[in-house]
Design a protein around this ligand. Structure first.
Ligand code: ACO
Length: 363
């Protein structure tokens, strides 16, 4: 029995590999630094889907079909009502995604891939009392998402920063939400159900729910010189530091550096971002120092979520929407894994050890 399934191998995959000792992420034969900032999200999604979906169009047609899928799911924004707007954005996106019919075909996969990019901006605008903005099928996926959020066509480097983010988080081995998506897919339930399972698992703070609280931590710390004492106090209270530690990485998460580089590229044109970055770097240094002092035998380092928080804040997403932006990228991985699992035809059904009372008649 392995609590948390540490070291249990539960799938064979051609999609991605996470080398936790060396800090290397490989997606379909490419190391992350060959993809993040180099390829568009739609091309990486296409790369992940290759060999897994019947009638998958070539990469160029795939990007056009994804644009059309954004238009096809836009009418779901009409179901954003006051009850939905009272929920966190991640729950709102999950409820809206649940309206997409289940299926195993490329059209279903495209609608699911398009959904968060369209429905999250529509949700956030409605929450601010603004009308949603319709997608532009001809735009790049990341640029269109930002246009639907702000109403302005983003500068190329701003769209590129979101593109880098979506690519960076597109797939990451058998993480909790991907495993959840694979379990559901293994029952032959369908791609919508698998993506809903992924969304449900991702939102927890131990997985994709960490970056929102990171902003609260940075705001609470305020100035670099406060970092160490704030962190000591938080750990004294028994809190975990969001953005640090990882089940697989025993060294620095390579995605943190890909995102930090994107933040640095954006900060050249920003008045607020350089100061924010300086504060984040001071918090990172202080957190590592304190964590290493308190847990010398645990290799705790920075994870993907830390610089995610900075990047998504700079792009104009509110902290409570960060997890749903994460889902926008990770949906590509969930869909690919769900199809890969489905093609094995094998139901995932592990066993448990019963430690409860035995019936009296058997004792
Ligand atoms: N802050 C403080 N202490 C920590 C942290 C942290 N961020 N991470 C781990 N620890 C401590 C644990 O309390 C534990 O201490 P103990 O041995 O005295 O009990 C020890 O380090 C090992 O922790 P585990 O829980 O065994 O590590 P696990 O592999 O289960 O945890 C996890 C990984 C859940 C990510 C953890 O590091 C954590 O809670 N981090 C903060 C939340 C976070 O950033 N989540 C995003 C992860 S990235 C992603 O999913 C996309």
């Amino acid at each position: 029995m392995s609590q948390g399934l540490d070291d249990v191998i539960a799938a064979e995959t051609r999609l991605s590999s996470v080398d936790g000792a060396r800090g290397v992420l490989v997606v379909k034969g490419f190391s992350l630094d060959r993809l993040a900032g180099q390829k568009r999200f739609e091309d990486v999604a296409h790369l992940l889907f290759e060999g897994l979906l019947d009638d998958l169009p070539d990469a160029k047609a795939f990007a056009a079909r994804l644009g059309a899928a954004r238009e096809a799911v836009y009418p779901l924004a009409q179901y954003i009502d006051d009850a939905l707007l009272a929920l966190p954005p991640m729950d709102g996106v999950r409820a809206l995604t649940a309206r997409i019919e289940d299926g195993e075909d490329v059209a279903t996969a495209l609608r699911l891939l398009a959904a968060p990019a369209v429905l999250l901006p529509a949700f956030l605008r409605r929450r601010r009392g603004l009308a949603p903005i319709a997608p532009d099928a001809k735009s790049g996926h990341a640029a269109d998402m930002l246009h639907m959020l702000t109403g302005e066509v983003p500068a190329p480097e701003v769209a590129a920063a979101l593109d880098t983010y979506l690519v960076t988080v597109a797939d990451h081995g058998l993480n909790a939400s991907t495993f959840a998506a694979r379990v559901v897919s293994s029952t032959w339930s369908g791609l919508t159900s698998s993506v809903l399972a992924g969304l449900a698992a991702l939102k927890g703070p131990l997985h994709g729910g960490a970056p929102g609280p990171i902003i609260a931590m940075l705001d609470g710390i305020g100035k670099p010189e406060n970092a160490e004492s704030w962190i000591e106090d938080a750990l004294d209270r028994g809190d975990r530091l969001m953005g640090f530690g990882h089940r697989i990485y025993k060294v620095r998460d390579p995605r943190a550096d890909a995102l930090k580089a994107a933040v640095k590229r954006m900060s050249a044109d920003s008045s607020a971002l350089p100061g924010r970055l300086k504060l984040a770097e001071a918090v990172e240094r202080a957190a590592l120092k304190v964590l290493h002092k308190r847990k010398p035998d645990r290799p705790l380092d920075v994870n993907v979520e830390f610089y995610t928080a900075l990047l998504l804040e700079a792009l104009g997403f509110p902290p409570d929407a960060f997890t749903a932006v994460f889902a926008t990228g990770r949906t590509a991985g969930w869909l690919a894994h769900a199809r890969e699992q489905r093609l094995t035809g094998r139901l995932i059904r592990p066993q448990s050890v019963y430690v409860g009372p035995e019936p009296a008649e058997l004792v």
